[in-house]
Design a binder for this molecule. Sequence first.
Ligand code: ATP
Ligand code: MG
Length: 139
Amino acid sequence: MSTNRTFTMIKPDAVENGHIGAILEKITAAGFKIVAMKYTQLSLRDAQEFYGVHRERPFFGELVEFMTRGPIVSAILEKENAVEDFRALIGATNPADAAEGTIRKMFATSIGENAVHGSDSDENAALEGSFHFAGREIY
Ligand code: ATP
Ligand code: MG
């Protein structure tokens, strides 16, 4: 089942700017089924662990500060080819490089504050989903 699932977060910038509804609409219109979802806020420790792979990068401090500054929506999504198709739907990391019609092109403001997260592999999708959700919260 995990090969048909990906994990996403609507990041604090998009929540602050009132884009939760529009982003969820794009996600469901693209054929993704929501199998888990919550409105929550990451602690410092959560964000440091979640983005641990970027610990040595110069933007790590900025990234953790951003991701913890307000609530997010986290979700597990199901669709055939979920990881790849969701990355296509959200667009490039930097909204300036993102294709027209992608979520980041429409709703992101900068490379740091880029509206949404999408898992980059099936393995990470499974790890990230279980970081955020207990088994009984996944339907
Ligand atoms: P995400 O993992 O959030 O889906 P991504 O896979 O497109 O994004 P990553 O390279 O994994 O990009 O970077 C993780 C996050 O770190 C980015 O989404 C962005 O918020 C932030 N980030 C990446 N590069 C930079 C940068 N050069 N300056 C500031 N923030 C950055
Ligand atoms: Mg990434």
